[in-house]
Structure formats: structure tokens, C-alpha cells
Write a protein that binds this ligand. Structure first.
Ligand code: ZN
Ligand code: ZN
Length: 436
């Protein structure tokens, strides 16, 4: 068996993992690297469309996988000669799913039902550029050639996140995806660790995002709620909140703040899209929020699309929000920031940034723009957030407990940190097919 890691090596995000046995391959995640890792291309300078993916392959920004990319054009480079049958997506963050539109339509793409809805959100927002074919929901083990892939639900800061168990001819592998131990669904992550430990795995491929981050602990949603209520009580005006749109647990936290403070809950359309789609899957949090008599959808002045018109009975406009500021908690996504002009925030307004774009530390330009807006309106900015990744002690505990024969760290800047608890760590290099 061979395994290759293309991005996500000594960096956070961009995971692309190829596992091959007897010429048959499966891939885990096909993510975009964060923009700080851009070398030759960015959102402005992109590969020439008529070359397919070949500009990216030529510049070593995409691996030369044979018959894998859309249109199956011949590659400019000697291809990796593996017959890739399927791609499995651990969750729908862009650093794991963001390059899905480069993959040929004929290839099966497995993901959770939630990830599929988030994918439709990215397509609606134009973040992923085209519709994706052959998306399959994975809920039970799938057999692909010599591999049996079993999904295991875990906790992360997006719903429907999964780890995978992969049975191969050489032994059992586990891949954590991105994992978290302090959220609303963290019993799933603990039970994943238990399952992996009991399987005495050959290989564990694990994330290590927070190695090197200065703080040790994570805050629970309950603790975040307390902090939010504390600043809200001091300021007293309208609370603008900016959580990441697909992060339903965090949306729920702001909804609870609104309920406890007897305020109405107003959301912009991107949040309404997510709430509607999760609700259609049967998500009880999303259903409760959307069906509450105190939840409203903010209607922009522009012409509405068909799906947006479905919120007709819930719409409130800028004038309503402006007149009822002290009675409102409003989810305001970053791209809707100019609505502040019409809302005319009064004294006491506050802004809580909680994981939504721009990503603090990764997107300085947009952080500056946001802060200019808030300063102009004299709105204090509070970052009240807890990342959806295992804290450093949790990572060490997980690695120690699972105790694989070989530990492969990815999605981390400091893979060596696992050596504190394991003698079996292999430090990877990007783009090499390793024999196991
Ligand atoms: Zn990630
Ligand atoms: Zn993630």
C-alpha cells in the first residue's frame, strides 16, 4: 500500500490524501490551501481556463493525478499512475472541500448529508464555481476495490464532520479529519477515539492544528454565551454577531443569547439559507430557530432570488431594525456590512466576531476594512470565539490513547509535537508516495 500527502503537510489545511493499493486509489479531502500559502495563483490570478487544470499541475499547485480532473485532459506532467475511484470528504470547510469543482464529473464524491448542504451554500454564494455531479451521501461502510471505508461522525465547528476508518489489505487506518472535544457533539469525538483505540490501528492520520497556538483551553458554547451576555449588558444596544454561516452550534449560541435577553433574532439571507437547508435535513436546532416567532430574516433592498422569496413571512427591513435596535440580536455576515449605512447603529451597539469571515490572522486586509467600518460607526469590536479544533492537550491525549503502529501528522505546522507522546511519528513530506 502507498499513501501520498499533497498539501496539508507542515501547513494548516489543503488536505489531499491519496491511498493506493494494487493500482486502485481513493482520496481523502481535496481542499484549498489558505491564501497565506499562495505562491503562484490567488483569487485574481488564476490558471488559464482553456488549459483545464494544467497551469496548476505545471506549477506544482495540484498533484498530477491521472484521469482525475474535469474533462480528463492529458496532463503536462508524468501522471501518478493510480486509478482513482472515489474521493471522501471529511467535512465541508473549504480547506477540505474547496477544490471539488476541479474533479471530473465521473468520479464518485462521498460526504455527509450536512456537507452536501454546505456545498450547495458555497455554490449559491459563487465560492464554488459550478454544480457538482456524483455526490453520494455516506452513512455506512463503502467498499471500493481493496478498501472498506467507514464514516464515523465526530465534532468540529461545522455539522456533519466525519473521521474515517479505512480497512486495507495491510491493516486498519483511521483519519481524524478536523476534530474537536469541547463542542455540543463532542461525545462523538470521544467515541471515535474509543473505537480507534480498540481497533489497534496500523496507521493514524491525525490533524494537529493547534500545536504552536499560544492558548491551551477551549471555551464551550455555554462559556461563550456568558461572555457575549456580559458585553451585551454593558453596551445595551443592538448586538451584531458574525459567526461562520454553516456553524449551527454557534448560531444556536447567539439565538440563546437573544432568547435570554428577550430580544428578536434577525439573520441575513446567507444564514437563512443555511438554517433552511439544515432544517430540511431534520436538524432540530435549525428547525427551532427558524420556526421561532422571534426569528426574522433581514430583507435587503435589492431584487430577490426565488429561494429568498420563500422567507416572505419572516422578512423585516432596515427601517424595522433601525427602529428596534435595543430589542435585536442580528447575525450580520461580513459581505452584508454595508447594511450598517441603512440600519444607522445608535449608541450602545456592539459587534461580536465569532469565527465568521474575515478569518482573524489569515485575512489582514479584510480585518482592516471591518475595523474601519466599526470605528466609523463607533461600534466596539469583541472577538468571542473558540476554534473547532482539539486543544493541544486533547491532541496529545488522543494520540497516546489510540497508540497506532504509525502516526502520520497532517494539517499542522508542527508535526514533531506528537513525538511528546509517541515513538511512532513519521514526519511527512509533500507529494511523496510512501510505502506502508
Ligand atoms: Zn481544516
Ligand atoms: Zn475544518
Amino acid at each position: 500500500m502507498r499513501i501520498g500527502f499533497f498539501d496539508g503537510v507542515r501547513e494548516i489545511g489543503g488536505n489531499k490524501i491519496l491511498i493506493e493499493e494494487n493500482g486502485t486509489g481513493i482520496i481523502f479531502d481535496f481542499g484549498k490551501r489558505f491564501s497565506i500559502n499562495n505562491t503562484y495563483f490567488n483569487e485574481y490570478l488564476v490558471g488559464r481556463d482553456w488549459k483545464g487544470v494544467n497551469d496548476y499541475v505545471a506549477m506544482d499547485e495540484l498533484p498530477p493525478f491521472k484521469n482525475f480532473y474535469r474533462g480528463k485532459l492529458p496532463l503536462v506532467k508524468e501522471p501518478i499512475d493510480v486509478d482513482i475511484k472515489a474521493v471522501f470528504f471529511s467535512h465541508a470547510h473549504l480547506d477540505h472541500i474547496g477544490l471539488i469543482d476541479f474533479i471530473d464529473d465521473s468520479i464518485d464524491k462521498y460526504m455527509s448529508n450536512y456537507s452536501k448542504e454546505v456545498l450547495s451554500f458555497f455554490i449559491e454564494r459563487g465560492i464554488i464555481k459550478r454544480n457538482i455531479s456524483n455526490v453520494k451521501i455516506i452513512e455506512s461502510p463503502v467498499q471500493i476495490g481493496p478498501f472498506t471505508v467507514s464514516p464515523i461522525l465526530i465534532d468540529h465547528d461545522i455539522p456533519g464532520a466525519m473521521a474515517f476508518k479505512i480497512d486495507t489489505g495491510e491493516g486498519t487506518l483511521f483519519y481524524t479529519g478536523d476534530i474537536y472535544f469541547h463542542g455540543r457533539f463532542s461525545e462523538r469525538s470521544f467515541s471515535f477515539v474509543e473505537q480507534a483505540k480498540n481497533a489497534h490501528p496500523y496507521i493514524l492520520i491525525t490533524e494537529g492544528t493547534r500545536f504552536g497556538w499560544g492558548f491551551v483551553t477551549s471555551l464551550t458554547e455555554e462559556q461563550l454565551k456568558e461572555q457575549i451576555i456580559n458585553v451585551l449588558e454593558q453596551c445595551g444596544g443592538i448586538l451584531f454577531a458574525n459567526p461562520y454561516e454553516p456553524h449551527i452550534s454557534r448560531i444556536q449560541t447567539f439565538f440563546e443569547v437573544a432568547n435570554e435577553k428577550k430580544r428578536n433574532f434577525v439573520v441575513t439571507l446567507p444564514y437563512a439559507f443555511i438554517l433552511k437547508h439544515y432544517s430540511d435535513l431534520g436538524d432540530t436546532f435549525a428547525k427551532d430557530i427558524l420556526s421561532s416567532a422571534h426569528t426574522f430574516v433581514y430583507k435587503p433592498g435589492r431584487e430577490l432570488k426565488d429561494w429568498e422569496k420563500a422567507f416572505d413571512s419572516k422578512f423585516v427591513d432596515a427601517e424595522y431594525v433601525s427602529k428596534n435596535q435595543k430589542n435585536i440580536v442580528m447575525l450580520l455576515d461580513f459581505l452584508s456590512t454595508p447594511e450598517l449605512i441603512d440600519i444607522k447603529p445608535e449608541r450602545g451597539a456592539l459587534y461580536v466576531h465569532s469565527g465568521g469571515e474575515p478569518l482573524a490572522g489569515l485575512d489582514k486586509d479584510n480585518m482592516d476594512i471591518l475595523s474601519n467600518w466599526l470605528n466609523l460607526f463607533n461600534i466596539p469590536y469583541f472577538r468571542i470565539h473558540s476554534p473547532g479544533h482539539a486543544a493541544q492537550p486533547d491532541l496529545l491525549r488522543m494520540a497516546k490513547e489510540i497508540n497506532p503502529e504509525i502516526l502520520l501528522p497532517i494539517h499542522t505546522q508542527i508535526p514533531e509535537r506528537f513525538e511528546i507522546v509517541s515513538n511512532n511519528v513519521k514526519i511527512l513530506e509533500r507529494g511523496i508516495m510512501y510505502d506502508f
